[in-house]
Design a binder for this molecule. Structure first.
Ligand SMILES: [Zn+2]
Length: 263
């Protein structure tokens, strides 16, 4: 499904951030054990932390990553939350029926990671995926859905970037949680870039923009679907991606997002 990337090739900081949920002790042990490896990797593959410019072998240093993890735990893990932007519950009737969890607020180092993924790709995807896994918590709708899919991109953007960031995140998430990934959605008509549009323009722009790819209609009835995207703002894109699943009998549609943004 991923033409340009091999997920198995993605290594981030010797995988020391493979968090077992809520097991900080193990995490810290892993961190100290891999310090030497990390320092060697740092010499061989110097990189800068997106949060504090520290030289390290990963896009984000442990300290800045811990800060993001703390943010996830205070933001996105309450099961009753439908949609959270900048720490406040966002009530949006049009999104009712789609539960959304995000890896944090779209600002600071999390914003830099998302922009890094969009602009230069893969190595930024792993820390984002880990934050999404933490945001998913122990909620079955998020950690063991029947299928995982991603928000499709337009041909123009695909040509420009060579990859779809949402597809990359979903592929990594599926590998991480051993879930089935399907490219079930397609863009049905030309849409503008949502960046720079008002909330109302975003809803108009995304309205009816997505549909199921041929052949998927028969598979959807009764399934619990998880949609992955990189950024959620008004929820217009996610809602319009959820509609075709509901129309074809999906039992449940949830969305797991790297970052939640305000306009
Ligand atoms: Zn840092």
């Amino acid at each position: 499904m991923l033409k340009n990337f091999d997920v198995s090739m993605m290594v981030w900081g010797e995988k020391q951030f493979r968090l077992k949920n809520s097991d900080e002790e193990l995490f810290l042990h892993e961190m100290s054990r891999s310090r030497l490896l990390n320092e060697i990797a740092c010499l061989l593959f110097p990189d800068k932390c997106v949060g504090c410019d520290l030289l390290c072998s990963a896009p984000i240093c442990p300290r800045c990553f811990f800060n993001l993890v703390a943010n996830v735990n205070s933001l996105g893990c309450a099961p009753e939350q439908d949609f959270v932007i900048a720490g406040k519950r966002h009530v949006n009737r049009a999104l009712s029926g789609v539960r959304v969890r995000a890896g944090g607020t779209y600002r600071g180092s999390l914003k830099s990671l998302v922009l890094g993924l969009k602009n230069s790709g893969m190595r930024f995807a792993l820390p984002l995926c880990e934050l999404m896994v933490i945001a998913a918590g122990n909620d079955p709708s998020f950690i063991c859905p029947d299928i995982v899919t991603f928000v499709p991109t337009t041909k123009r953007k695909m040509k420009m970037r060579g990859f779809n960031p949402s597809e990359v995140l979903s592929a990594l998430l599926c590998e991480r949680l051993d879930l089935p990934l399907v490219a079930a959605l397609e863009v049905r008509r030309s849409v503008k870039d949502q960046d720079g549009l008002s909330a109302q323009e975003r809803w108009e722009n995304a309205n009816g923009a997505f549909g199921l790819r041929p052949g998927f209609e028969k598979l959807i009835p009764g399934l619990r679907v998880l949609i992955v995207d990189d950024v959620i703002t008004t929820g217009a894109t996610i809602w319009n991606c959820a509609v075709p699943f509901f129309e074809h009998g999906a039992k449940e549609v949830c969305a797991l997002i790297a970052a939640a943004s305000a306009i």
